[in-house]
Design a protein around this ligand. Structure first.
Ligand SMILES: [Zn+2]
Ligand SMILES: [Zn+2]
Ligand SMILES: [Zn+2]
Length: 243
């Protein structure tokens, strides 16, 4: 829902700390002059402006929920500037959702108007993008599947409630693990702080970063209770990873 959450006046929603202002979850991988975004959130336009990206080379989707896809229409300026389609990578079930939610993208544009130009790629295993290898990590998000991605020594896994053993086997030896930790209270489709800490203890990444955090967690307070190598991420956080 984002923090501040609409209509809420809790301490975190009213916090003056900029790290308590959370747009919807997405990451940008910038390497070799390329910009690859994982998910286009409803805040995509603002996030891309804030990051100052001048081009968009690919979008990879984790799943088809509104908070991860609704910014797709805002890739149009990059289509115009780059004079071409942006490659989109997603699992078949997510592509089906995109086709339903954005049906106009798959129809003829009215002359003189713009619609997003995309090249669809179905994820059915690891794939290479501009010299980096993306390994999809299957997980369970309540009753539906979700994909995380490992690139080199970094992995991004949001919106999960359960990680199968076969996927855990792909998450060893990480330097940085970015993972869902919605809140302290159990949730049917998301990992809690306690569950994510247990997963971190099992997989032993050098560093772990929580994401998809709701207003139950204040940045400073929640960080103070976590082990040193586990931190809450925040909007605009940047770090280097080995691809
Ligand atoms: Zn609140
Ligand atoms: Zn979701
Ligand atoms: Zn989500």
């Amino acid at each position: 829902m984002g923090v501040p959450t609409l209509g809420c006046h809790c301490a975190v929603c009213e916090s003056a700390d900029p790290r308590d202002k959370r747009t919807r979850p997405s990451i940008l991988l910038a390497y070799g002059g390329r910009n690859v975004v994982i998910d286009t959130t409803p805040d995509f336009r603002f996030q891309a402006m804030r990051a100052g990206i001048d081009r968009l080379d690919a979008v990879i989707f984790t799943h088809g929920h509104a908070d991860h896809i609704l910014g797709l229409d805002d890739i149009r300026p990059f289509n115009l500037k780059q004079r071409g389609a942006v490659p989109i990578y997603a699992a078949a079930d997510t592509l089906a959702i995109l086709k339903r939610q954005f049906s106009y993208i798959f129809e003829e544009a009215q002359p003189g108007t713009t619609i997003p130009l995309i090249d669809l790629h179905t994820i059915d295993g690891p794939f290479d993008l501009f010299g980096a290898r993306f390994v999809p990590i299957s997980a369970i998000h309540g009753t539906q599947p979700v994909l995380g991605f490992r690139v080199g020594k970094m992995a991004y896994l949001t919106d999960f409630s359960e990680v199968p053993e076969s996927s855990k086997a792909l998450l060893g030896g990480l330097d940085d693990f970015i993972l869902d930790a919605l809140r302290y209270v159990p949730h049917p489709t998301h990992s809690t702080v306690e569950q994510s800490l247990a997963l971190i203890a099992e997989l032993k990444p050098k560093r772990a970063w929580f994401t998809h955090i709701c207003h139950d967690l204040g940045h400073v307070e929640a960080n103070a209770k976590l082990p040193e190598h586990v931190r809450l991420s925040y909007d605009g956080l940047q770090f280097e990873v080995e691809l």
